[in-house]
Design a protein around this ligand. Sequence first.
Ligand SMILES: [Zn+2]
Length: 1021
Amino acid sequence: MGPVRLGPVLLLQVLLVAAAGTGEAVYIPYNTSAGVVAGKLNVHVVPHTHDDVGWLKTVDQYYVGSNNSIQGACVQNVLDSLIPALLKDENRKFIYVEQAFFQRWWRNQNDMIKDTVKGLISSGRLELINGGMCMHDEAAVHYIDMIDQTTLGHRFIKEEFGQIPRIGWQIDPFGHSAVQAYLLGAEVGFDAFYFFRIDYQDRDTRKGTKELEVVWRGSKTFGSSADIFAGIFPKNYEPPPGGFYFEVDADSPVVQDDPFLFDYNVEERVNDFVAAALAQANITRTNHIMFTMGTDFKYQYAESWFRNMDKLIHYVNKDGRVNALYSTPSIYTDAKYAANEQWPLKTNDFFPYADDPNAYWTGYFTSRPALKRYVRMMSGYYLAARQLEFFKGRHSSGLTTDSLGDALALAQHHDAVTGTEKQHVANDYAKRLSIGYTRAQELVSISLACLTESGSKSRCSSPTTKFSQCLLLNVTYCPPSEMDFPKGKSLVVLVYNSLGWKREDVLRIPVFSDSIAVHDSEGREIESQLLPMATSSLNIRDKHVKAYLGTLPGAKPKFWLAFPVSVPPLGFNTYFVSNTKKSASVSSKSTLYSPQGSKSSNLQVGQGHLKLQYNAAGALSLYSDSKTQVEANFEQKYKYYIGQDGNGSDPQASGAYIFRPNGTVPIKTEGQAPLTVLRGPILDEVHQQINSWIYQINRVYKGKDYVETEFIVGPIPIDDGNGKELATEIVTNMATNKTFYTDSSGRDFIKRIRDYRSEWKIEVHQPVAGNYYPVNLGIYVEDGSKELSVLVDRSVGGSSIKDGQIELMLHRRLLHDDGRGVAEALNETVCLDDQCEGLVIEGKYYLKIDPKGEGARWRRTFGQEIYSPLLLAFSEQDGGNWANSHISKFSAMDPTYSLPDNVALLTLQELEDGSVLLRFAHLYEAGEHKDLSALASVDLKRVFPNNKIGKVIETSLSANQERAAMEKKRLKWKVEGPPADEKVVRGGPVDPSKLVVELGPMEIRTFIISFGHSISGKQLL
Ligand SMILES: [Zn+2]
C-alpha cells in the first residue's frame, strides 16, 4: 500500500503554490533508515569502489591522481570525499577493499580524521572487507603469496581498528580458485565470498536454475569443514542495468525530485529501480538481492552517489513494492544465512574463465613470464629472509624485510603477476621488488655474517664478514665467483636451506679456471665437475647485465662449476672453492651431428639409475629408471600458436588476457641441430639449439631421479607480422582418457577433463584455449601403470591437448590488444642503447615418470624445494682460516631433528612486537600418498631448541584472530542433497607442556608464539 501518487506535473504545481505561499525553500528529509523487512524483496544497496593497485597507471599514480591522461582516477579523492559523505547521514554505508591504498591514505590523515574514521569503522558504516593489501589474482599466484599479502592487510586492520574482515570480495579476478574458496576464504574466517567472473555459459545456466549463490566446498580433504557461501554476481560488479551510475561525470539520469526545477523524474527512477530489482530477484533465491553500487575508481566525489542513493531508498520505500536499504556484504550475508535455506553445492573451481565463445582468459596464465618468475623467486627469498631476520633479531639494525613484503603483496594484484597491466606498470612492480630485494639482501648478508661469527650466542649488528649474493645467475652472472682466486685465497660459498628438512642438491656457479677444487666445511675435498659454458648462456649475459645493471660484466666465465651440497634443515653449510693444480673433472664433451638418414646409433645419458635415450635423429625417445622399473617412450618438442590478430569475422585478438590461437606451427629440428653432450661424474647435459631462438639443455643428475630442462627462448620473431605463443610439449603413448591434473594456486591438484566441466555442460569453441589451466606447482597425467609429472619454476598455462601429452606455454609475444582495457599489445622487449629486441626467457621445468601412485611424493616434496631454492651467499677466505673464526655449519633446529617429509615451514617471522608468526603446512591431500597423507606432527621444542617457548596461540590463517574464536563464529551453511560421508582429519589442540603441533592432510596451522628473548640456533660445527 503505497502512498497516493501524484503525477509529476500535478505535484510540481501543488508544491510551487505551497513554496510560493511561504517563501521557504523545499527541504526533503530523506528516510534512509530502512533495514531488512520480512516478507518483502529486500534490495541491498552496497556502495563500493574497485581500486586496482596498478593496471593502466601505477599504484602511486592511482593514489595521487597523476597521469590522468591515461585514466582519470585518484583514490585519494575517493577516500577524502567518502568521509564527509558518510557523516552526512548515519545510514549511509561503504565498503573499502584494497589496503595498499587505504594505508597510503591513512598515513596522511590527522588525528581528528583518524578518530572520525575509527568511529565510522567501529559502527559498521565503513567496513573494511577482503582486507588484503590488494585483491589478489587466483590463477597466477602461489598460495604462500596469497597468505602473506592477506596477512599483511588483516593484521593492520586488527591492530589499527580492532576489526576482523568477514567477507571475501574478489570481484574482478579472472576466474576463481578452489584455494581461494577454502583456504583464503573459510580458513581466514570469512563467512562468504563474492565475485563475478565465471564462464559465460556457466553463468547462463546458473541464472536459469537460480544457482548463482552456492555453498562452495573447495577442498576434497577438508570437505564441509571448509565450506563457504559463494555469491556470483549476475552480470558484473557494477550497478544493475537501468542507469544507476552516479559518478559526477556519468550519464545515468540523476534522481531529480526538486519540484522547482525541470525534469522531475522520481516516478521513472523508482520504476527503473523496481524493474531492476524484480529482474534480479527472478534469478536469485530468497528475498534478498544485492545491488553493487560502484565500479572501478568511482566515488571520487562520493556525495554524488550517496545523494542519489538516498533519494532512491526514500522514494522506492515510499512506493513500497520493494524494500531498499543501505547495506554491506556482511549484512547481506547475514540475511542470506537467516533465510535458513539449503544451497546448491559447488566443488572444484571456476577455471578457465571465458566471457565470449572465442575469449578464453587463459593467455594471462603465461603473460609476462619474466615478471612471473621474478615474483616467484622473490617469494621464496622472502620466506628465507624472514627466517634470517628472526635469527638476527628484528630490531638489531635498521634493515627489515618489510619493503620486500610490501612489494610482493602488490605484485599479487590481479593486474600485476597476471601480466595484464601496461608495460610501465609492470616496470613499476619490478622496480618495487628490486628495491625490496636490495634491502632484504643486505639484511640476509648481515644475518648470515652474524650467524657465522657468533652463532646463536649473542645478538650482533655489525659483523666484519662480508657476504654478497648473485641474483642474476639465470643470466650467468655472479661477480664473486667469476675471478681467479690467488694462492691462499678461496671463494667461500655459504648455502642456506630455508626448508625444515635436510637437503642434498647440486650447485652450479660460473667460474674462470679449469683448475679448481671444492672443499666442504670439514676440509675434505669433494667431487666437482666443470661444464663448458654454452654460447647461448653467455649470449644472454652481456646484454641483460647491461640492460638491468647499467654496467657491462667483466670477462666471460668459461665453466659452470657443479658440486653436490648437503645442508641441514633451517640452517647452512659452507663450501670452499679454490684454484689448484688438482682439477675438478672437466666434463667430456662431444658434439653429435645427426643428419637425417644417417646410421648413427642411439645415445644414452645419465650416470645414475635414470637414463634418457635419444634416437638417431637426435630426438628424445626413451625414459628409463632402473630403480623404479619405469620405462616409457617419450618425445619432447616445441611448437607455437599463431596469435589471432582480430581481423576475422570475430575481432577478438589474442592478447595479454586472452589466448586465441590461429593455427599451430610445429618447430622442427629436422635432425639438423647438433646435439652437444657433456658428461661427468655428477651430471650429464644434452644441449640442443632447436632453432635460432630456442636453446635447450636437458640435465640428468647422477643422484637424482628426474630430468631438469632449462630453456632459453626468444626473442620470438615477429617479422612475419604474426604474434606467437610458444609451447613445449611432452608426448607419450600413455592412454590418459582426456584426463589430466593441475594444481590450484600451488596446492590441491584438481582433475581436468578435456572439453568437459564437471558441474555444467560446456560447448567448447576453442579446443586449445578452452582446455588451458593455470599451473603453479605442476601438471600430471596417469594411465593404468604410470604417472608423468611436470613441475614448473613459475606460474604458466598448461594443458593436455591430446591423450598422453602435456604442454606448457612458455612465452608469448603478441602484436594486438585483446580489448579488455589494457590497450597495449603484449610485446615485451629489452632495450640497450635505444636498440630494442624481444624479451628472452630463461627458465626450467622438471619432469619425472613414476609408477602409478608414487608420483605425489616427488610433486610435493621436490615441489617445495623448487619454491624454496637454496640461498647462496659468497665471501672470500684468506689463508684457510675460515674455520678458526667462523661457524661453518649451522642449524637453528635441534641437530638431530628434521620436520617430517610431509610438512613445510611456511612462515617464521618476527613481528613488530617481538612475538613470532609461525606457520606449518601439511603438503599432502587426503589419500594422495599411502604413507605421507597421514597425520604429521612437529615438535616445537626441537624446532626451537634454544628458546624458552612462552605462549602459543593458534590463529586463523591470516593471524588476526584466535582460531577457536573463529571456529565458534563460523556460519554453518546448509547444502542441498544428502550429507557427505566424510572423515576429516585435523590436528588437535597444542598441549602447552608438550608443544607438539599435529597437522592433518592439507592442514595449514598458524601460531603466534612468544619467546624468551634469546636467538634460536645451534652450532653444529
Ligand atoms: Zn580490477
